[in-house]
Design a binder for this molecule. Sequence first.
Ligand SMILES: *Cc1c(COP(=O)(O)O)cnc(C)c1O
Length: 475
Amino acid sequence: MHYLSTRGDATPRKFCDILLEGLAPDGGLYMPVRYPQVDAPTLAKWRKLYAEQGYAALAFAILSLYIDDIPAADLKAICDKTYTQEVFGTQQITPVRPLEGDLHIEGLSNGPTIAFKDMAMQLLGNLFEYELGRRGEQLNILGATSGDTGSAAEYAMRGKQGVRVFMLSPHGRMSAFQQAQMFSLQDENIHNLAVEGVFDDCQDIVKAVSNDLEFKRQYKIGTVNSINWARLLAQVVYYFAGYFQATTSDAQKVSFTVPSGNFGNICAGHVARMMGLPVDKLVVATNENDVLDEFFRTGVYRVRASADTYETSSPSMDISKASNFERFVFDLLGRNAKRTAELFGSDLGSKGHFDLSQDPVFPLAASRYGFVSGKSTHADRLDTIRDCYNRLGTMIDTHTADGVKVAREQVQAGVPMIVLETALPIKFADTITEALGRKPEVPAKFAGIEDLPKRVEVVPADTDRIKQIISQACA
Ligand SMILES: *Cc1c(COP(=O)(O)O)cnc(C)c1O
């Protein structure tokens, strides 16, 4: 399989060529040149495979279609080592449970940091270690986090050969639980840097370091952000696993509702659907930051300024623009790279928006690609959390609550609607307490985590100081 850029660069690249990359050189995102098609016999085979040999075997079957530059035995070993009951808590890895009527919840948040980013990041950690080892190279991952991404990256890369992580977070601004999760890691290759400033200061430093091309090359600075194709690919697997659990026959269709921010998670659903997974609707659920809902309702994609980006109680969906969205628009435009480059490269930069409302392709988003959307607010979140807990006996987190709220508006009788659970309630304990008047339970594996010794360095919001820390660690 080869990969190309959404903005036209068609240099033939294999999976491992783009594994350690972020954006393509022309500023676009990498996409497979085609979607491998899953025919009926294959789907039947995979259903059996998942039931009999489990998630890792299913992952290997799917990944093999996109990765032909890692020997099969090695790729299989990587999948087997990643998706274990020990790490993800259940044999199904992403267990589906009934909620009510046709509604189901698929748990994606039973990994080390109890948020769905573990699903992809755990695989990425093993792929990075493998590929760096093969090349005899090292990588220094520099990132900024206000919570989920940073901890998922650290838990994926801890103890990995050839990889160091430098994770900037705003000093004193993450929840106690999130700080405990990240700062309790004692691994030599994990560097927690608490920056005296806000999240934007952290991001500015990452940008400044990455823009110093000489430094970037000398110290092999990389990232693990959500536009990485390998992350997206890893996520395709649980759409299949969810389908097999919620249905008994391959003649059935299901729909998925996905709490969305950067469009990474639901874009994997789009890929699964394009491969032939029998998916009816893909429902985008947003919070008050409704860039995506606005697009699917109106055809206008309008990025928000920082001042218009709200801090909400589902903070992992607080985005001003959706960094993976370009992948879907590329497909929507019939893979017209020139137009994709115009919309994302020129129009967004100069006007801050683009408008497909009058374009004949826009109605295809719903009719051909199955996309619909909805939005949820803080009040909806509280109501949904209360209803699920008091009436249905299950406690869900704030992001999943956004999903359940929107799923209820889109569910159709007889079509299982699978809501993706993207985090566990303990991560967002304050809002759960606000809704229910009681705190969520701490999962057994995290008991006492807030009392563990912390490994973190408090640093000024100063790019040179961060560069110095990186160069010292590499000495
Ligand atoms: C990252 C995240 C999301 C949003 O996922 P995208 O891939 O950015 O759409 C939703 N919920 C939680 C808990 C997350 O961590």
